[in-house]
Design a binder for this molecule. Structure first.
Ligand SMILES: Cc1ncc(COP(=O)(O)O)c(C=O)c1O
Length: 436
């Protein structure tokens, strides 16, 4: 029988000095309770009670090379011994920028920061400055960080969403000011006809369309075939910018991001999680003429931007991902596909409505009778999250760690042996959940 006694003891201790015992609200609701971890290497993470898990959480996505990747750690160690923060420029910044320019279709120039949330702010500011317009069109079920002016419609219950064709914008935290609601337009994702209609009415007011290029914060929903191309066309017709928030998809869906994978080039994009092997780094990239506004009247600053550790980690991680002409991605695609096939086979054998959707490096499991989840409303109305939460705990007890929200991430450190162990654990866990 697995024990989480030490995790529980630390959580109780943490609650005396940290609200809820957690340093990000996202972690507060994790089942069975927020666990404490001692170390992680490769695909395996170990908690403070000594339990080992095959990790599909991967730090919420960043650990795409697995935990404690030696090439990243060596690069960081070497670089940080020469200095950590110069409040001045250093060559590694150029190295990372040159890699992004080489790899990312829309990247002609780059700026660095530390988190996705931060650089979303820079992207929105730049888009508004370039177009002289205020409104940003965004989509239900997408998440663009926790900052005051952008945390809208996170986990909005179905009865507060309003009509599908004109959804209600809602603040998502006490303490936000309602003035920000006027800065956005909101639509369901993947419905180009609704976007066309809105552009016909208000296109001249829209500064940018802000989109996750594959929806990864609600399920794992790839774009409908013509959707991203349609957004590109509408933005061009109406003088708006297309901004892809690739915080999750960047370097996860491929070496050139979702924009490379889906063949649609935005004007601006932000990258964060998977670009630096688990170290805090994010990038805003875009067309040179747009990005050069940052040298004139658009401010983007930050004490820790481009710090030595982040840049050394990013340079090393990108080199690993680029190595051998995409071998890392071929491996992850194979492993992810094998796991997806195994899950589907088990679901059918158990006769349970367990839907797997997404792509091999980022896919989503949900108990639902739907044959596909196509937007936030499907997800909120038709997925049995309570049942999935029980499956999550049953998996944890069997040495497999996944996120409560259903998304699974694959790293280069996962192997066929991990897939086999995961499928065996899932087989057992499904039996337990079926019998509850
Ligand atoms: C698409 C997207 N944008 C922005 C963010 C915020 O990034 P961070 O948590 O690094 O601030 C996230 C975080 O998950 C995200 O998924």
């Amino acid at each position: 029988m697995i024990s989480w006694a030490e995790s529980w003891r630390l959580l109780e201790r943490a609650r005396n000095s940290i609200p809820g015992g957690v340093t990000s609200n996202v972690r507060a609701g994790e089942r069975p309770f927020p666990l404490f971890f001692a170390r992680a290497a490769g695909a395996i993470i170990t908690d403070v009670d000594g339990n080992e898990y095959i990790d599909y959480v991967l730090g919420q996505g960043p650990m795409i090379l697995g935990h404690s990747h030696p090439a990243v750690l060596d690069a960081v160690e070497r670089a940080m011994r020469r200095g950590q923060l110069f409040a001045g420029q250093h060559e590694l910044e150029i190295e990372v920028a040159e890699a992004l320019v080489r790899l990312i279709p829309c990247a002609e120039h780059c700026r660095f920061g530390l988190s996705g949330s931060e650089l979303v702010q820079a992207a929105m500011r730049l888009a508004r400055a370039i177009t002289g317009r205020t409104l940003i069109l965004r989509f239900e079920g997408h998440y663009h960080g926790w900052f005051d002016n952008v945390l809208l419609n996170a986990a909005t219950p179905i009865d507060q969403l309003g009509p599908r064709e004109s959804p209600q914008l809602r603040l998502s935290s006490a303490g936000q000011t309602s003035s920000v609601l006027g800065d956005y337009l909101l639509l369901p994702w993947n419905d180009l006809a609704l976007v066309e209609q809105l552009f016909a009415e208000r296109g001249h007011e829209i500064a940018a369309v802000m989109t996750e290029p594959m929806m990864c914060n609600t399920g794992a929903i790839p774009p409908a075939p013509a959707f991203l191309k349609g957004l590109r066309r509408l933005c061009d017709q109406h003088g708006a910018l297309l901004y892809m928030d690739e915080t999750i998809t960047g370097f996860r869906l491929g070496i050139s991001g979702a924009q490379g994978r889906f063949g649609v080039t935005p004007d601006l994009a932000t990258f964060a999680k998977a670009m630096a092997g688990g170290f805090a780094t994010a990038a805003l990239v875009g067309r040179r003429d747009h990005m050069e506004r940052l040298t004139r009247d658009v401010n983007h600053s930050g004490t820790f931007n481009g710090n030595v550790i982040s840049m050394a980690a990013a340079a090393a991680a990108l080199a690993e991902l680029e190595r051998d002409d995409g071998a890392a991605y071929r491996h992850m695609e194979e492993i992810g596909s094998a796991l997806i096939d195994g899950v589907r086979e088990l679901a059918s054998r158990h006769g349970v409505p367990l839907l797997v959707q997404g792509l091999p490096t980022a896919f989503h499991l949900a108990f639902t009778e739907l044959s596909a989840i196509s937007d936030y409303r499907d997800y909120i109305q038709h997925c049995d999250k309570e049942r999935y939460g029980r499956l999550k705990v049953a998996l944890l007890r069997r040495g497999v760690r996944v996120l409560d929200r259903g998304i699974w991430y694959i790293s280069t450190a996962h192997t066929y042996a991990h897939v086999e162990r995961t499928i065996a654990a899932l087989d057992d866990a499904l039996t337990e959940v079926d019998n509850q």
